[in-house]
Design a protein around this ligand. Structure first.
Ligand code: ATP
Length: 307
């Protein structure tokens, strides 16, 4: 479909007999930041490596820039910048010197390439500070500057905020958002910590044990899924029957302590109380809750959560 820079269908990867990635259908739209979220070992790096042709898919298809990606061709890879592992730089050279070496190795001929890529990640060109003296956040920025030195349209970043403090995370968020907003890049970013990609991702893909459990618009996810009504009333079986038959609500769950959580946010608490009362059931407690995103992820990953 038009508008997706990355689209996979049934993407599957086995390591020997073990499936690491199972039937993943990923959809990354042009101009967005797509956050691939999952615990360590969930399969994020393996997906990214397949998208870059660094490891071969066992099954399934990949489309990059609306074209089938069968083997890593220069014409496609030139349009992508990636940071998969922490890149190696010379510690006793400056960021500018490191990037100049890299630019010439890669055959980047544009004379402003180093200056531009440093500026795009918020670092100064020709700064005399040595790479060894940089903070972790600045080192990560140099890594991203290296990934965008050839001015790619698409950036694939594996855990770029890993290990950064909250200020470092916020700074990274600002310049990644600038890369999409001002410079029109598309970014696929992975993380195992939800708060790291909070306020950054437009779209979110939740990966768990090799499966893409959900792909959602992050703002919608926050607005819709975090709300539920919590209800306590007895006898439980009768309440459940009324929820099913009279209120016709399907999205609910019963907790161990007998509390019922109703995820249909359209329904009013008043309506629930009225229907139950009309049928002889008295409500002990009813209130509307906002779940935290962390709770939500725990729910959909079967209790383990992501952090
Ligand atoms: N080369 C390999 N050979 C065998 N198994 C592998 C290989 N690479 C990855 N795996 C397995 O595939 C699964 C997914 O690993 P992957 O590195 O993609 O996860 P991840 O979500 O990126 O986690 P992390 O953040 O820890 O890197 C894991 O169970 C891992 O052990």
């Amino acid at each position: 479909m038009d508008g997706f820079l990355i689209e996979t269908e049934g993407l599957t990867k086995y390591f020997g007999e073990t499936p690491a990635i199972k039937d993943v259908d990923l959809h990354v739209k042009k101009g967005e930041i797509y956050g691939l979220l999952g615990r360590n070992g969930a399969g994020k790096t393996t997906i990214m490596k397949m998208l870059l042709g660094l490891t071969k898919a066992t099954k399934g298809t990949i489309q990059l820039f609306n074209k089938p990606f069968e083997k890593p061709e220069k014409s496609i890879l030139n349009r992508i910048g990636a940071m998969i592992e922490t890149p190696g730089f010379y510690p006793n050279l400056t960021a500018t010197e490191n990037l100049e070496i890299l630019a010439s190795l890669r055959g980047v001929i544009h004379k402003d390439a180093v200056k531009r890529s440093l500026e795009q990640v918020g670092l100064s060109y020709k700064d005399r500070k040595l790479y060894a003296e940089y903070s972790l956040g600045m080192k990560q920025r140099v890594g991203i500057a290296a990934a965008i030195i050839h001015d790619p349209e698409l950036l694939i970043l594996d855990e770029p905020v890993n290990g950064l403090d909250p200020i470092g995370v916020a700074e990274m968020r600002d310049f990644l958002k600038r890369l999409t907003g001002e410079y029109g890049k598309t970014i696929l970013i992975s993380s195992h910590i939800l708060s790291e990609i909070d306020l950054m991702a437009d779209q979110i893909g939740i990966i768990h044990a090799g499966l893409l459990l959900e792909e959602r618009n992050y703002r919608e996810l926050k607005e819709q899924n975090m709300q539920f009504i919590s209800l306590k009333a007895e006898p439980l079986q009768r309440v459940i029957q009324l929820i099913d038959e009279k209120l016709r609500v399907k999205e609910y769950q019963v907790k161990e302590d007998g509390t019922i959580q109703i995820f249909n946010t359209e329904i009013k608490t008043k309506q629930i109380v009225k229907v139950l009362a009309e049928n002889g059931v008295f409500v002990d407690e009813v209130c509307r809750h906002s779940d935290t995103l962390e709770d939500y992820f725990k729910k959909i990953t079967g209790g383990e959560g992501i952090a």
